[in-house]
Write a protein that binds this ligand. Structure first.
Ligand code: WQD
Length: 341
């Protein structure tokens, strides 16, 4: 019997890649998404890659009766919860919108999962570590007080899951992603930022294609080797595969603790300048960039110690940063070709 995984937010950037990897690993997937932050591009791409259409349900996870109905009508072995707002700056301007949406939706997922005995995988973030005292960070590194409502919702949702697991005999995993970048090698699914991108790689690819005039590198006076910030850029397909490992561990009853947390990163720090130069080299182009003032709220450096995921999930990142940056560029060109049709 195939196991069924519900992917909330499955039409988005990470959810679409996870859907592909789950189906290719033999899972049935139900995608549920309110399409608040995406169009059908990624869902269509998923269908094209897989050669069939996974069940798609348009719904909002803040709608408790709808969530209850979904869980009542389907036997769901595990739910992966992506459905959330994710723009750090917007969350500072609209904290209530972020708290209502990101917390309510997850509480509804937890309630329904509790009733139906469903395993829960929560998409958390390295943002919970804030500015770490020591790098690389392990899962034992202290969480720092959140610097944005968005980051706060990630911490709170981790705590909701921890407490529900402890109280109700549930099983849950939180995956803490570092900086997800890149696209599927088919170039049929990828990141679709609305408006001006906040994140580095979409800004790079949009500058390279001519949608943006110039990339601003936010600060070159950090205490790092080249003065720019250090991050752990994780390929989205590698990241998606970590979800398959985590789901299998849950549904096959292999968890050692009922609530587990894993860092999902490469373990390799990359500076902003190194990333820009790697992008230029692998794609054979010159990027228009300038050094700009620091961006408020940025941490100097954060990267993962991913050894726990390797040991317990049997997962590690495999794609090189060059492959990933080539895939990001192929995706941007695919989008441009589609727009020109
Ligand atoms: C990376 C580096 C910037 C844009 C954020 C969220 C985090 C997570 C991923 C999201 C930094 C620099 C960026 C630009 C630049 N979650 N940069 N010019 O800030 O590490 O993490 O995204 O859902 O929670 O906080 O990622 O890609 O924005 O920045 O120089 O135009 O690139 O200063 O050093 P960040 P990022």
């Amino acid at each position: 019997m195939k196991k069924t995984v519900l992917v909330s937010g499955g039409a988005g950037f990470i959810g679409s890649h996870v859907t592909v990897e789950l189906v290719q690993a033999g899972y049935d997937v139900i995608i549920a998404d309110n399409m608040s932050n995406c169009d059908t591009t990624n869902y269509e791409g998923v269908c094209a890659i897989l050669g069939y259409k996974p069940l798609f349900i348009k719904m909002d996870f803040c709608d408790a009766p709808a969530v209850e109905k979904l869980f009542a009508e389907h036997k769901i072995d595990a739910v992966i919860h992506f459905a959330a707002f994710k723009a750090v700056g917007e969350s500072v301007a609209e904290p209530l919108m972020y708290y209502k949406n990101n917390l309510d939706s997850f509480l509804n997922v937890l309630e329904a999962s509790r009733k139906s005995g469903t395993n829960v995988l929560f998409s958390s973030s390295a943002t919970v570590y804030g500015e770490p005292d020591r790098t690389p960070v392990t899962e034992q590194s202290p969480r720092k007080s959140a610097t944005s409502p968005y980051g706060n919702t990630k911490q709170m949702c981790e705590d909701f899951l921890r407490d529900c697991v402890a109280a109700y005999g549930m099983h849950g995993i939180a995956l803490r992603y570092f900086n997800p970048i890149g696209a599927h090698p088919s170039a049929l699914i990828g990141e679709l930022p609305r408006g001006v991108p906040n994140n580095l790689v979409p800004f790079i690819t949009q500058t390279a294609i001519g949608k943006r005039a110039c990339l601003s590198i936010f600060g070159d006076d950090y205490p790092t080797p080249d003065g720019t910030c250090l991050r752990d850029y994780i390929d989205v397909v590698d990241l998606a595969k970590a979800h398959v490992c985590a789901v299998s561990r849950m549904v096959e009853g292999r968890m050692e603790e009922p609530y587990e947390i894993y860092n999902i990163g490469t373990g390799r720090p990359e500076s902003v300048l190194e990333l820009v130069q790697a992008f230029e080299k692998v794609n054979g182009l010159k990027l228009n960039y300038r050094i700009a003032p620091r961006r408020p709220g940025d941490v100097t450096e954060v990267w993962a110690d991913p050894s726990l995921a390797q040991e317990k999930l049997g997962w590690k990142a495999t794609r090189t940063v060059e492959e990933t940056l080539a895939s990001a560029w192929a995706w941007e060109k695919h989008l441009a070709a589609k727009a020109a049709e």
